[in-house]
Design a protein around this ligand. Structure first.
Ligand code: AMP
Ligand code: MG
Length: 335
């Protein structure tokens, strides 16, 4: 099929809404990463998302709403705590898990009896959802397993020929996917870290960071968020996290085989010509913004290996580290 790549505008909003009402899939911008959207209440539309991404059927989708009223079409159990968080963080990169009404197709939620919901902080996409009048199920708009897309070009490279329309709303400001939380006896359990950090959430309730955030779960461990068990965010190149001082990092990179085509993500000086330095950033927020696009860039340049300086893990740095661990298959080189 032909894939239209269009700039976000009022005219294209009408067109996107038509495709979505017809049960088609449209890639849309959000503040986190691009989403692959379809009517969350239509099983056939949702199946097309799984097919375009090659996503395992048991990995549930996040339902995106345009206003708070829409939440009640998905769930009828909204706690005071959830309402407070919605008031303070929506629209924004916080996904909350609720019990699901029977009217939400099981396929949308990967067979679970819960539904993950968020209100994206992107004007075009929120208006689009309101025009549609139904929530949009929207996972990241990448081929399953690859780094998430933070620009419309990234989406085009994965989805050209598979979906009818991609809406270009510019680069995503956040760069990593939303924080996913569930409620656990009055506590907040973080299943996936994002820009809404544990430090921010602990103002509202006790916060538990789930085991799966920083650990590779063994086959017999219960997975609270099915997405955590899959290979994720990985470019074709082999990724390694390198832990040490800047001096040790530079020394290590200089000691590697010159013939290896490699890229590094760090905020230090350049190396010899055999090493490509890709954008990383000084702050955790910059690293979140750059991470996926630099991993994709490494593949575009034909690099075999990518060495990433261990990020700081506080604040949004926890999200950077969580994505990197999976991109690197948990390989850490300790210097
Ligand atoms: P993505 O769509 O790529 O942003 O990934 C969505 C993430 O949210 C995955 O890690 C899912 O496992 C998680 N998720 C979605 N719905 C649920 C749910 N009902 N319960 C637990 N985790 C969920
Ligand atoms: Mg994803």
């Amino acid at each position: 099929m032909e894939t239209l790549l269009v700039k976000a505008s009022d005219e294209q909003l009408v067109k996107a809404a038509e495709y979505l009402a017809d049960g088609e899939v449209v890639a849309v911008p959000t503040e986190t990463v691009y989403g692959l959207a379809a009517n969350a209440f239509e099983t056939d539309a949702v199946r097309k998302i799984f097919a375009a991404k090659g996503r395992p059927q048991d990995n549930p989708l996040i339902l995106h709403i345009g206003n708070l009223d829409m939440l009640y079409s998905i769930t009828d159990e909204v706690s005071e705590l959830a309402l407070k968080l919605a008031a303070d963080f929506w629209p924004g990169p916080l996904t909350m898990i609720f019990s699901r009404k029977d009217s939400v197709p099981s396929e949308t939620c990967g067979g679970l009896d819960t539904a993950a919901v968020r209100m994206p902080d992107n004007d075009f996409t929120r208006r689009l959802i309101e025009k549609c009048g139904f929530p949009l199920a929207a996972p990241s708009a990448n081929t399953s397993g690859l780094p998430s897309p933070t620009s419309a070009d990234h989406v085009f490279s994965d989805m050209n020929g598979k979906i009818p329309m991609i809406v270009d709303g510019g680069e995503c400001s956040c760069g990593v996917e939303s924080t996913v939380i569930c409620f656990d006896n009055g506590k907040i359990r973080v299943l996936r870290p994002g820009a809404v950090t544990p430090e921010m959430l602990c103002e509202y309730a006790e916060v538990i960071v789930d085991n799966g955030v920083l650990k590779q779960l063994s086959a017999d461990e219960k997975v609270m968020s099915p997405g955590m068990k899959y290979k994720h965010y990985s470019p074709d190149a082999d990724v390694f996290i390198v832990k040490g001082t800047n001096e040790q990092f530079a020394c290590y990179i200089n000691s590697l085989d010159e013939s290896e085509k490699k890229a590094v993500l760090w905020d230090g000086t350049d190396f010899s010509d055999s090493v490509t330095v890709l954008p990383y950033g000084k702050t955790s927020a910059e690293q979140a913004e750059n991470l996926f696009s630099s991993l994709r860039k490494a593949d575009e340049l034909g690099c075999d290996k990518v060495y990433v300086k261990m990020p700081d893990t506080s604040g949004i740095g926890l999200a950077v580290y969580n994505r990197l661990l999976r991109a690197a298959g948990f390989r850490i080189i300790e210097l």
